[in-house]
Design a protein around this ligand. Structure first.
Ligand SMILES: Nc1ncnc2c1ncn2[C@@H]1O[C@H](COP(=O)(O)OP(=O)(O)OP(=O)(O)O)[C@@H](O)[C@H]1O
Ligand SMILES: [Mg+2]
Length: 487
């Protein structure tokens, strides 16, 4: 839209006779004085006020300032000239369209390499307006750039200047046959969109409500073949990384801000490079399961996935933390019932879709605003055994799985939920001890003082050695014991 508008105004301005570059620049300076400053000040001001997180206001403020610090420090990198250039393009979403072949994003900003041969931008014969940094003005301004007034943004009056400067530059380039590598590198960087406040997110209660809701399953797209082989990182282009929030055996998880919508997400990516097709297919099963499931309030939300640099990236709903944080604390029976009921609901939903999770454990249950969400579908498989079975953490697996009996995969999840709840009640993580886990697998549950017999009885049946005697997820959910937390 911006580009289009620019072209329209360019045509109109071509007819304007007379004015020199200098006078137009002066006029442009006067007209732009203040408007850009006001605009940018407003945007950054809004950014600082934006409650990025779904936490209460005090935390939201922390989160906001945390992000602000991140942004500040990111802006602090590099020299002033580069900063000015990036800020202006960044702000107005205007990637440079004159991009040489074989661009390399991560190198080329080092002016010491300028002596080496460098790729040439294609020379434009019929020059049209392009938003790019002028070589002369760039070097002129590198040392004393400030965001407020030094850097001007193209508006109507600049178009003739642009054309003339473009022509002069094209002639010079043709004559000398040399383009500064710094300039090429700067031009060839495709700038990510800016981080802006989402205008639809009005307050904390709005952010608490999932803006995608039931629509999410529809927009969750599966894009397996987007490789970042061209050197452009979709992750870095689309997201601003804030901090690492988790790590699994095969992955790292980051809290990120999506630049274009201004919302926070979790992005999980595989730590290992997936070179083989078989490895990729296996990794893709997690996103295929998530996409097939669609939305449920007790299942972690899935938005998107892509391959980049031989790694699988998964964009997920951001949660506050995992339940394993709580497994070292004593939790009241009421809290236990809430967790158990919500995960039973998630399992009922998952099982109804013909899927088994096969890795239910505190690590893979996340909390968001007090609501439990089942996550990490890396071991998910089909109940009808039409897909390979890869069991999860052995401490939470029933004996039949270890004996490779896969007839009742839904009941495997029920067993694992029983062990998870038992661990929460104990208040300490399950040891790897063989004896202890053997007892649990035999359905021998020690007495749990301070907890109702009803709960202990239900746990015992959930962890029965015989999978057919374990209740289904629906039966767990509908147990009268949960009347205590209903309504
Ligand atoms: N959507 C999310 N929101 C917040 N934290 C998350 C999210 N997804 C994952 N995490 C954190 O990252 C950790 C690792 O994620 P996950 O379990 O999905 O990785 P994994 O490599 O598949 O794990 P595993 O070692 O169980 O195979 C989780 O235990 C949790 O603490
Ligand atoms: Mg996990």
């Amino acid at each position: 839209m911006f580009d289009k508008k620019g072209r329209r105004t360019l045509l109109a301005k071509r007819k304007a006779p007379g004015a020199t570059i200098e006078t137009r620049r002066a006029k442009k300076s006067r007209e732009m004085e203040g408007t850009l400053e006001r605009h940018s000040a407003l945007q950054f001001d809004q950014l600082s006020k934006f409650p990025f997180d779904n936490r209460p206001p005090s935390n939201a403020a922390d989160s906001s300032s945390e992000l602000r610090n991140e942004l500040d420090s990111a802006d602090g990198d590099g020299d002033c000239g580069e900063k000015g250039f990036i800020l202006s393009q960044d702000f107005f979403c205007t990637p440079d369209y004159i991009t040489p072949d074989n661009q390399n994003l991560m190198s080329g900003l080092d002016s010491s390499k300028d002596q080496s041969p460098c790729p040439r931008s294609p020379v434009k014969l019929n020059t049209v307006k392009s938003k790019r940094c002028r070589q002369d003005s760039f070097t002129e301004k590198t040392s004393n750039f400030t965001w407020s007034s030094k850097h001007r943004v193209d508006n109507d009056d600049t178009d003739t200047d642009e054309i003339m400067v473009d022509k002069i530059q094209a002639n010079q380039t043709e004559r000398s046959g040399y383009v500064s590598q710094t300039a090429v590198a700067l031009r060839s960087r495709v700038m990510p969109p800016p981080c802006l406040k989402n205008p639809y997110v009005m307050n904390d209660s709005d952010t608490a409500t999932d803006p995608f809701g039931y629509q999410r399953s529809k927009c969750a797209s599966f894009l397996p073949a987007s490789f970042g082989g061209d050197g452009l990182s979709r992750y870095l282009t689309d997201f601003h990384e804030i901090q690492q929030i988790g790590a699994g055996n095969f992955s790292r998880v980051f809290k990120v801000l999506k630049r274009i919508d201004g919302c926070l997400y979790a992005v999980k990516y595989s730590t290992r490079k997936l070179y083989l097709d078989s490895e990729r297919r296996k990794a893709m099963m997690e996103v295929q399961a998530l996409a097939a499931l669609g939305f449920h309030e007790n299942v972690v939300g899935y938005y998107n996935s892509w391959f980049e640099n031989e790694q699988l990236y998964i964009q997920l709903e951001l949660c506050d933390h995992s339940l394993s944080k709580k497994s070292s604390l004593k939790i009241s029976e009421r809290e236990i019932l809430v967790i158990m009921h919500q995960i039973a609901k998630a399992l009922q939903f998952v099982h109804e879709k013909g899927i088994a999770h096969l890795d239910v454990k505190p690590d893979n249950i996340y909390i968001k605003n007090g609501v439990c969400k089942l996550g990490d579908f890396g071991c998910a498989t089909r109940l009808d055994q039409s897909l390979p079975v890869e069991e999860g953490d052995a401490r939470y697996m029933p004996q039949e799985i270890l004996n490779e009996n896969y007839e009742h995969l839904d009941k495997v999840d029920i067993f694992s939920l029983g062990v998870t709840v038992y661990e929460l009640i104990r208040g300490s993580p399950l040891a790897e001890s063989r004896n202890q886990s053997l007892n649990i697998k035999e359905g021998k549950l020690p007495l749990l003082p301070g907890h109702s017999l009803q709960l202990q009885q239900l746990l015992k049946t959930m962890m029965d050695r015989d999978p057919t005697r374990r209740p289904s997820a629906r039966e767990v959910m509908e147990h009268p014991m949960f009347d205590r937390i209903r309504g």
